[in-house]
Design a protein around this ligand. Structure first.
Ligand code: PAN
Ligand code: ZN
Length: 186
């Protein structure tokens, strides 16, 4: 029997994903209208400014029960009127679906919010592992001066509910306070 080469690789020093059928996506400031606290400040910035990219592997169709997806998110350093660059954040459409996050590079914050809008946050530094609980919205934020990269593994039937966050937001936001991050009620 032949032992095959792997189909995918993750470069542990950068988080970069390569191999078969890697799907990349990018979010620039123009894609994030309404997601930062100061929308006027966002609108005044370069709309092509890159905020984050993803490199993902989807081995089964979205919605398949029992499958897993894997991907790395790279968040650029930067801020909108002091609010650190971040992902949109979401609940999973199937609210009880968990997710694992693992930090490759940089310094981040994982913002978590339960169904009652109670927020808490965890530091993300290289090697840190984070298990997002069921029924928990999650957003990641780059609070450092370098690219913040983390891996994620989530069920293929989790789905993404961005609408709830677009409508109601998180109950807390992260701003730069000098060199340190400040978690502020929204
Ligand atoms: C992650 C996120 C990724 C981008 O893979 O999808 O970090 O963040 P947004 O999806 O909030 O823009 C994940 O949590 N998947 O479920
Ligand atoms: Zn998720």
């Amino acid at each position: 029997m032949r032992i095959a080469a792997p189909q995918h690789w993750t470069d542990w020093s950068t988080g970069s994903v390569s191999g078969r059928d890697v799907v990349t996506a990018r979010r620039v400031l123009a894609d994030l209208e309404g997601w930062f606290a100061d929308e006027d400040a966002r609108a005044a910035m370069d709309p092509d400014q890159l905020v984050y990219t993803t490199e993902c592997v989807f081995p089964v169709a979205e919605g398949t029960s029992g499958g897993l997806f894997w991907g790395t998110t790279f968040i650029q350093p930067g801020d909108v009127a002091g609010e650190c660059f971040m992902t949109k954040g979401h609940f999973h459409s199937q609210r009880d679906r968990m997710e694992a996050y693992f930090t490759f590079t940089g310094t981040g914050v994982l913002l978590l919010m339960d169904d009652d809008r109670r927020c808490r946050a965890e530091e993300m530094t290289p090697g840190s592992l984070h298990l997002v609980a069921p029924n928990t919205a999650h957003r990641t934020i780059n609070v450092g001066a370098d690219v913040f990269a983390f891996g994620a593994c989530w069920p293929s039937d989790a789905g993404h509910d961005y609408e709830t966050i677009a409508r109601e937001g998180f109950a807390a936001r992260v701003f730069r306070d000098g060199d340190s991050p400040n978690l502020v009620p929204a």
